[in-house]
Design a protein around this ligand. Structure first.
Ligand code: MG
Length: 203
């Protein structure tokens, strides 16, 4: 399986990092070794001093497809979960300055915690899903799919032109504003609507 991520998909987050608004979705990938499941703790690695949380809705792909038409694209989603796109912001800043890839800044071990998944049939409106992140009991990020620059259908159609989507692939759909650093001892709780999706610690 593969993990595909969208960068810069919420305008307020683009503004907080002073990035340019993209003409097309910004795409990057993480290896399967980035996955963390079942509320396993995240162990802070020694090669970075500035890991940020980015809470994101995660699509799980339910069937194989390429050149998927936008009008049928949401039929390729079988479930939606919540994840964190952990980012070593210091490594990413160095890479950005030199125009180099983000592979290590985004793809290190444990950089993609994901929750259990909710079947797509349980969502009444994919363009109106609320999600949020609490750290140590305080709400840090709130997202709403109505605020995405590129919606699920567009993202699936776009990616599938370049990379065949396969059953079990994950797509991280971008983070809203409010990103910030984590430190050892922090506890992260994620919600889709009122439902608790994950609860894990930084160790
Ligand atoms: Mg992200």
């Amino acid at each position: 399986m593969k993990i595909i991520c969208i960068g810069r998909n919420y305008a307020a987050h683009i503004a907080e990092l002073q990035n340019e608004k993209p003409d097309e979705p910004v795409i990057f990938t993480k290896p399967d070794t980035a996955l963390l499941k079942n509320n396993e703790p995240f162990y802070y690695p020694e090669y970075t001093q500035d890991i940020h949380y980015e809470v994101e809705l995660v699509l799980r792909i339910g069937k194989e497809g390429k050149y998927i038409e936008e009008q049928f694209a949401t039929k390729y989603i079988d479930a939606i979960g919540l994840g964190i796109d952990f980012t070593a912001r210091d490594l990413q800043a160095k890479a950005k300055a030199k125009g180099l890839p983000w592979a290590l800044a985004k793809g290190f071990n444990g950089s993609a915690p994901v929750s259990e998944f909710i079947p797509i049939s349980e969502f009444a409106d994919l363009k109106d899903i609320h999600f949020s992140l609490q750290m140590n009991g305080e709400t840090k990020q709130k997202g709403d799919t109505s605020l995405m620059l590129y919606d699920f259908a567009y993202v699936i159609a776009y990616i599938s032109k370049f990379m065949t989507l396969k059953t079990g692939d994950y797509i991280f759909t971008g983070t809203p504003e409010g990103v910030g650093p984590v430190k050892i001892g922090d506890r992260l709780l994620g919600f889709i609507e009122e439902r608790e999706m994950f609860d894990f610690e930084i160790k």
